[in-house]
Design a protein around this ligand. Structure first.
Ligand SMILES: [Mg+2]
Length: 251
């Protein structure tokens, strides 16, 4: 196995490493994924991180017993090794004050789920009928507008998430790259959602390579068809295949 490669690998979780599930707690992690990520991290000198909208603790649960570096909540919280920054709910009183309203909304509308992450709150409407989905989106937009400046609404696939305005996956990736083992490496970021597109832009700007997973318009130069294709690539790399992104299909 050749040891050295010059990039740092940043991986979105839902829709990238795992297939999106009807409920966020119902995703299935393929058993081979965790050991493959661990081997890959070794090959990358430690420069592998999960960059996700989920809380760090939830990623730890999904990938247990392994622990990876994670930027959670779209970069609100970040853990490198044992060092954790950001993500404390008590730092977000204006958002916390509006959570009961969102919970009441979910109680009223069938198939609307609130995922309270402490420093951010996601409203899921994948399981709702179109009318209720529209209502849920409107309320999420209203609350984000009330918090404008400090928070923004990040729209994804049948989900709207109210997140601190300063937090983005792009910022999180840049923050990783400031310190070992990431510093001096070129970012390669794989993501599947429109929430990933801003991070693609900053990765491209910094000389890295972004890879869009699945269909949809993208600023990424490269594309993989689905999470199964992502896993196939990661498994091949974990087994010692040359770690190159230039040969991936054009987006
Ligand atoms: Mg995703």
């Amino acid at each position: 196995m050749t040891g050295q490669t010059d990039f740092a690998l940043f991986l979105d979780f839902d829709g990238t490493l795992v297939e999106i599930a009807p409920r966020p707690d119902a995703v299935r992690v393929e058993p081979a994924l965790v050991p493959a990520l661990e081997r890959l991290r070794d090959r990358l000198g430690g420069a592998l991180a999960i960059v996700t909208g989920r809380p760090v603790a939830v990623i730890d649960d999904f990938l247990a017993p392994a622990r990876f570096d994670v930027a959670g909540l779209h970069g609100v919280e970040r853990r490198v090794g044992e060092a954790v920054t950001g993500g404390r709910p008590e730092d977000h009183p204006a958002l916390r004050a509006r959570v009961p309203r969102l919970q009441a909304l979910a109680a009223d509308l069938d198939g609307v789920l609130i995922e309270d992450k402490g420093a951010s709150v996601a409203v899921h409407w994948r399981l709702a009928n179109p009318d209720d989905a529209g209502r849920a989106e409107t309320v999420a937009k209203d609350i984000a507008a009330e918090l404008a400046g400090a928070y923004r609404l990040q729209l994804g696939k049948a989900v709207g998430e109210i997140v601190p305005a300063s937090a983005t996956k792009g910022h999180a990736i840049r923050a990783f790259l400031e310190n070992p083992p990431y510093a001096g490496r070129r970012a390669v970021f794989l993501g599947d959602d429109r929430t990933d597109e801003l991070a693609f832009a900053s990765v491209n700007e910094d000389g890295g390579v972004s890879v869009r997973v699945g269909p949809g318009e993208t600023v990424a130069p490269k594309r993989l068809a689905d999470p199964a294709a992502v896993r196939a690539l990661l498994y091949a790399w974990a087994e010692g295949a040359p770690m190159e992104v230039s040969g991936l299909p054009e987006a």
